[in-house]
Write a protein that binds this ligand. Sequence first.
Ligand SMILES: [Zn+2]
Length: 228
Amino acid sequence: MIIDTHCHIDMLNSPDSYLSKKEKSGDFTLGMTNLPSHFVMGLPHFDKLRKSRLALGFHPQLVHEHLSEIDNWKKLIPMTSYIGEVGLDFSRDFIIYKDCQLEYFDYICQCLNGEKKIISVHSRKAERDVLAILKKYNVRNVIFHWYSGPLGLIDEIIGEGYYFSINEAMTLSENGRRIISRIPLNKMLTESDAPYNKKNNIIAALNNLHIDESIVYENFQCLLKTIK
Ligand SMILES: [Zn+2]
């Protein structure tokens, strides 16, 4: 069974046919959303599915344009056990919204304090701030998606019991491989980040690393147990 913990199903060309294909294959897919209003639109499509789930998200690159959605975000938390995509992005195009992002991500994590959820986070160029805010509110069961931050921070993230989801693109880049080699096998999950990531084949990623899919499956089962 292939585990995809970060896929933007609602941004694919035909989400429903993707979902029915996944349902037949038996693979697990966790659908991200970029805004609470997208989550509301998408949720009915997941009603009868056994293998795919939809996460409630508020993407850091969109926060500044959709401030009023935050009230809705809090109200929707009980509707799902999965949160994402949330986080911070301090890369060149988004650093100007840093203060706004920090305020909102702080509030998002405050709302998640004490909640039993699985959370996929975006942390581009903001890894230390993401980790600090998660720790501030003792947020559990976090997956760092497509981590590209400092190698030295990986041990600290692992120390919190958090996971990393890796993808094919990471296995093909030197920096990605350096990062992956620092992640213990029992904290490794897989993702596609489709359709934004074009190198998104999970089987190819596992083959490139010589890792059996059963390892990722076991890791995900351990994570699932924590929200039961
Ligand atoms: Zn994403």
